[in-house]
Design a binder for this molecule. Structure first.
Ligand SMILES: *Cc1c(COP(=O)(O)O)cnc(C)c1O
Length: 367
């Protein structure tokens, strides 16, 4: 029997392009026979995991035969106390990526549209397309979200607006005043998703805390993650904060055991590791300065970033430079899929890793 499975898939899925992750270290080692590889491609925490998280996750492994606590009771209690909200306002996800998908499933479908910006995080178009909704992509302004254009692009069938603050891969941000003015313009048939995956790194005085808006705008969902500043990307855990009513809707489409036993345990533990978070922030501040100075010395323009990465611009197509860096054992991220073919994104690493990257870049640019 032959069967055209492609024709059987729903229309949204048929039009999807799979997400392209950063190149794994082992893959480059296999391909080029290199042993000493530096990966600065996926905005991972260069410190390695928090020691407290590691102990908690190891202890949790003794419970591997049991389903996790589907309610995430302990984690929600701790987050609620820390953030000044209630337990009922949380939706836990297998990474915050999962929460973005839950939002699409709960609020979007074939007869709806979602608005997001050009160069915005690529999970938004994927999540929207997967549920058969229409994407309305607004042109960027200076590589960032043009909030006036986004407000103007909202249509009667629009149900979700996605905003990344700061945005990945560009690193730029929307300040308190810009976001305040935008939210006042959004009609109440639209959910505003504020993706704050990098908020712990965003050290600008006028950087807004999305939770402050939640009191005024019940049509808001803030998403955050343990993957970046908290260094748990491999365990997959993130969360949404919204009104209890919105959280109730999201939890209806959530797989009951979407967050694993070790992930829950490690997340609870890492919230107590104040030292780890501070070191993450310090290493990122120092490394950002080191890399930006290095790029300037090479005469390369970059987009000032509040994340743990920075996008820099080459004089022509970035792929040959990306490939040449690979041959030097340095993995960065090409961002042609973000309509930025002349840019590369480099994640901030430890001092010696940043140095390796800058030296390799200098070498490949001079040949
Ligand atoms: C990394 C990232 C996320 C979330 O990643 P998870 O590991 O799924 O929590 C969300 N949004 C942006 C903009 C990111 O860069």
């Amino acid at each position: 029997m032959s069967c055209d499975v492609f024709a059987l898939a729903n229309a949204g899925v048929r039009g999807l392009q799979p997400y392209q992750p950063g190149k794994p270290i082992e893959e480059l080692q296999r391909e080029l026979g290199l042993s000493d590889v530096v990966k600065l491609a996926s905005n991972e925490n260069p410190l390695g995991p928090s020691p407290l998280a590691l102990v908690a996750a190891e202890r949790a492994l003794k419970q591997l035969h049991l389903y996790p606590d589907a309610s995430g009771f302990e984690l929600k209690k701790k987050l609620a106390a820390k953030l000044g909200v209630t337990e009922l306002q949380f939706t836990l996800g297998n990474g915050s990526n999962d929460v973005l998908d839950l939002i699409a499933r709960a609020f979007l479908g074939p007869d709806c549209s979602a608005v997001f910006s050009q160069h915005a995080f690529i999970v938004y178009p994927i999540a929207v397309q997967a549920v058969g909704a229409r994407a309305i992509v607004t042109p960027a302004k200076n590589w960032g979200h043009d909030l006036d254009a986004m407000a103007a692009a909202i249509e009667v069938d629009t149900r979700v607006v996605f905003i990344a603050n700061p945005n990945n891969p560009t690193g730029n941000y929307l300040n308190q005043n810009e976001l305040t003015a935008f939210l006042a313009k959004v009609p109440d048939h639209v959910m505003v998703v504020l993706d704050e995956a990098y908020i712990e790194f965003a050290g600008a005085d006028d950087f807004p805390d999305g939770l402050d808006f939640l009191k005024t705008y019940p049509n808001m969902i803030v998403t955050r993650t343990f993957s970046k500043a908290y260094g748990l990307a491999g365990l997959r855990i993130g969360y949404g904060i919204s009104t209890p009513e919105t959280a109730d809707l999201l939890n209806r489409v959530r797989a009951p055991f979407n967050v694993s036993v070790p992930a829950l345990a490690a997340a609870v533990a890492v919230l107590d590791d104040v030292d780890y978070l501070q070191r993450s922030q310090q290493v990122n501040r120092d490394g950002m300065q080191q890399i930006c100075r290095g790029l300037e010395a090479l005469g390369l323009a970059y987009i000032p970033s509040l994340g743990n990465f920075v996008a820099f611009e080459l004089s022509s197509d970035a792929m040959p430079i990306y490939q040449a860096l690979l041959r030097e054992g340095v993995i960065v991220r090409p961002i042609g899929v973000y309509q930025m073919p002349r840019h590369l994104r480099v994640s901030i690493g430890l001092e010696h890793e940043n140095q390796r990257f800058l030296a390799a870049l200098k070498k490949v640019l001079s040949v």
